[in-house]
Ligand binder design. Structure first.
Ligand code: HPA
Length: 284
């Protein structure tokens, strides 16, 4: 294979996931049952994890290392709200040049670690005209636009010990966890939008016509991550909760989007995001 082909396709086997998991297990005393992936600007949500063991991604076999500012690139394993959890402080994206199999490898590794519940967060553009920057959105469902074009992390031979060949994605975002997130937001007097997340490959942001199209096909928020991770998690029968921070509005005649704006919005929403997650962890 040429170097380019290696970037676009990777073949990992269960032994690869187990190798990464064994490396992690050797570096922490915790045995996490919950995984948390923190998106753009949200890394500080992990700061409250206690008795934390921290492992930089570049030390873990096969882990993709994020090249994007705002994605710290370390695994934080410890306790929060009575749960043992493993937190990804930053993630990698397909647009960075990693294969979709490598982007989703950390989710496979979490499953090998014994994680049963995965909480995914991201920063997203608000496609729904009612959404404003700073809103939190509970992901009720997704549109896998990149998957419709052929980019699916499950492409290739299927290992039945990881999950079925044709996994079902009805209620991919667990109804029970969604209800916990609603209760958590209500209890803390936080407003929580609910909507459909759509993934585009990025890294360019959307044109005006793109946004009108996304709105037409049922999207409320758009981003460049999350969906492949959720597919892999559901393939492995993990329960999934998804939360988007609306970092910018793509409403009628939307203004230019910058990565700095996305990161700033993420940082200012950290307390709200952390509160909703706290409430969910306490209910698990
Ligand atoms: N578009 C795509 N991804 C994003 C956006 C956006 O407007 N904001 C944050 N992530």
């Amino acid at each position: 294979m040429t170097a380019d082909a290696e970037l676009t396709e990777d073949t990992f086997t269960r032994a690869d996931f187990q190798k990464s998991a064994q490396f992690i297990t050797g570096r922490t005393r915790h045995r996490p049952k919950v995984g948390l992936i923190l998106g753009s600007g949200l890394a500080a949500v992990a700061d409250r994890v206690s008795q934390a063991d921290v492992i930089p991604y570049h030390e873990i076999p096969n882990f993709p290392v994020s090249t994007v500012p705002g994605h710290t690139g370390e695994l934080v394993i410890g306790n929060l709200d009575g749960q043992a959890l493993v937190v990804m402080r930053g993630r990698s994206h397909y647009y960075e040049g990693y294969s979709i199999q490598r982007v989703t490898l950390p989710v496979r590794v979490m499953r090998e670690l014994g994680v049963e519940t995965l909480i995914v967060t991201n920063a997203a553009g608000g496609v729904n005209v009612d959404y404003q920057a700073g809103d939190l959105m509970l992901i009720t469902d997704h549109v896998n636009l990149v998957g419709m074009a052929g980019l699916n992390p499950l492409r290739g031979a299927n290992d039945e010990t990881l999950g079925p060949r044709f996994p079902d994605l009805t209620d991919a975002y667990d109804p029970g966890l969604r209800e916990m997130a609603r209760e958590s937001a209500r209890e803390q007097h936080l407003s929580l939008r609910e909507g459909v997340y759509i993934m585009l490959a990025g890294p360019s942001y959307e044109s005006g016509a793109d946004v009108r199209f996304l709105r037409m096909i049922g999207a409320d928020a758009v981003g460049m991550s999350t969906v492949p991770e959720v597919i892999v998690a559901r393939h492995g029968n993990m329960r999934v909760l998804g939360l988007s921070l609306i970092s910018n509005s793509l409403g009628m005649g939307h203004e230019k989007v910058t990565h700095e704006q996305v990161l700033d919005a993420g940082r200012s929403a950290i307390p709200k995001m952390a509160q909703v997650i706290d409430g969910v962890l306490r209910r698990l």
